[in-house]
Design a binder for this molecule. Structure first.
Ligand code: SF4
Length: 295
């Protein structure tokens, strides 16, 4: 039994086996120049009747569900009371829920009060996936992210203080060759300043439909980085991330768009990850050929 989803439907790779309810459709921002996920949709919020109907139906078909992901692009944009109602109802109808998560933008989190965030957490919302993308204000502006480093740090820390598990994404190559150093330095600074529980590094991949818009908005010639430079960025990022034992970061660069796989936990695995990259630099034959990559 499948729900009748409003396509396209996206979820983080780690939610591949989760039950998905679409609480909102599209993305309330929808302007990041590297992202074409919801360009075909206008942002809207679904009604309680629709959402409740789907929860009731799936509680019958998949009563043992353990993980739920609330879609689409920024389900956290909905009113806090409405979110509490939805999360509570899911917990009521499915007895074995372990985790409920959704995508969130820095602005979604900053718009909520600490009290609202805590109440949603108590109701049973556990985790946010947030795209940091870059920690460099220049790069963030050039890709029209709608956030600056300061607000990203503030939002992640705010959510963590309210008890949420934070899983964040960064994009290697987002500043092109011109801003590579700046991009990596800023991104490492942001990660170090908020220590998300999980950080995933993807490699920039522009879908055909979005390529021209990305290049136009970048405002100057964009020079793509190559595989060697991407590995160099990854090395620089890992090298500059600082955290302590009390704030561990589970790090992964194993997305389908990447030419390599690196994973480990900061701070203890930092050195081993750096050594693995040094080794990989000397063994280019293990890099996945371009044609085999993709999202
Ligand atoms: S990256 Fe996130 S916030 Fe930006 S347009 Fe895509 S879904 Fe919306």
């Amino acid at each position: 039994m499948m729900l009748n989803y409003d396509a396209p439907l996206y979820r983080p790779p780690s939610e591949a086996r989760s039950l998905i309810f679409q609480v909102t459709l599209g993305c309330s921002f929808n302007e990041c120049s590297f992202c074409d996920m919801y360009r075909s949709k206008d942002y809207s919020e679904r009604s309680w009747e629709e959402i409740k109907g789907e929860i009731d139906m799936m509680a019958n078909y998949l009563p043992d569900t353990r993980r739920v992901f609330l879609a689409d692009g920024d389900a956290l944009n909905i009113d806090s009371e409405f979110m509490i109602k939805i999360v509570k109802y899911i917990r009521e109808k499915f007895a074995n829920i372990e985790r409920i998560s959704c995508y969130a933008m820095p602005m979604n989190i900053l718009k909520k009060t600490d009290e609202e965030l805590k109440k949603m957490r108590e109701a049973g919302l556990d985790m946010f996936y947030l795209g940091i993308e870059s920690g460099s204000d220049i790069v963030l502006k050039k890709v029209t992210k709608g956030a600056i480093a300061k607000t990203i740090i503030k939002s992640v820390n705010k959510a963590k203080n309210a008890g949420y598990i934070m899983s964040c994404m960064v994009i290697l190559g987002l500043g092109g060759r011109t801003y590579s150093k700046e991009h990596i330095r800023g991104t490492a600074e942001v990660i170090s300043a908020c220590s998300p529980d999980y950080v995933g590094a993807l490699t920039l991949y522009l879908e055909n439909g979005i390529k021209q818009e990305f290049l136009d908005k970048f405002g100057e010639p964009f020079i793509r980085i190559n595989d060697d430079e991407s590995l160099e960025e990854l090395y620089g990022l890992i090298d500059q991330i600082e955290t302590n034992e009390e704030n561990p970061i589970v790090f992964r660069a194993n997305h389908g768009s990447n030419a390599y796989t690196i994973k480990g936990t900061f701070p203890q695995d930092k050195q081993a990850m750096l050594e693995k990259i040094q080794w990989m630099k000397q063994h280019p034959e293990i890099m996945r050929p371009q044609g085999l990559r993709g999202f």
